[in-house]
Structures are given as structure tokens and as C-alpha cells.
Design a protein around this ligand. Structure first.
Ligand SMILES: [Zn+2]
Ligand SMILES: [Zn+2]
Length: 84
């Protein structure tokens, strides 16, 4: 793939927002993806922020599920007596 702005240059990656091919000169490394320099930086920063939020939410809901499971287990152990 070639850079969107420079037909003669190989693209090093694609913009996370608009998926254009970008050469070293045209990209900005946003750590969690690449962005078109002076164009998509805000959009990619926003995308990364959303991804981070979803990850946090996911981790929180996982923790909640574990807590509920532990409660159910405790109830099974301590609750309903065995009628053997
Ligand atoms: Zn370029
Ligand atoms: Zn872009």
C-alpha cells in the first residue's frame, strides 16, 4: 500500500479513523493507533478514549459477575439445608 498523500512512498500504516495509508511524514502515532497528521488526531484520540471506557466498563461488569457468582455460591453453601 502507498501513502494517501505520496504515491511514491510506501505506507507504514493506516489511519485508525479514515483508514488511509500513511507514510512516516503523514502519520501521528497515537500509541493506540495511527492518525493522519493534522487531520484525524482528535478523532483517533476520541476513538481511543471510547475504547478505553468500554474496556473499563467491561472490567467492571466482569467484577460484578464474579461478585454475584460468589454470592450465589455462598448461598448454596450456607442456605437451603440438605434434606438427606
Ligand atoms: Zn505521506
Ligand atoms: Zn485519517
Amino acid at each position: 500500500m502507498k501513502c494517501f498523500n505520496h504515491n511514491e512512498r510506501d505506507a507504514l500504516g493506516t489511519c485508525k479513523h479514515c483508514s488511509k495509508g500513511l507514510c512516516k511524514e503523514c502519520l501521528t502515532d497515537m500509541v493506540d493507533g495511527l492518525a493522519c497528521r493534522n487531520q484525524c488526531e482528535d478523532a483517533v484520540a476520541y476513538l481511543n478514549e471510547m475504547t478505553q471506557k468500554v474496556r473499563t466498563l467491561h472490567a467492571e461488569s466482569q467484577a460484578m459477575v464474579r461478585k454475584t457468582d460468589a454470592l450465589v455460591d455462598a448461598q448454596r453453601r450456607d442456605g437451603a439445608p440438605d434434606c438427606a
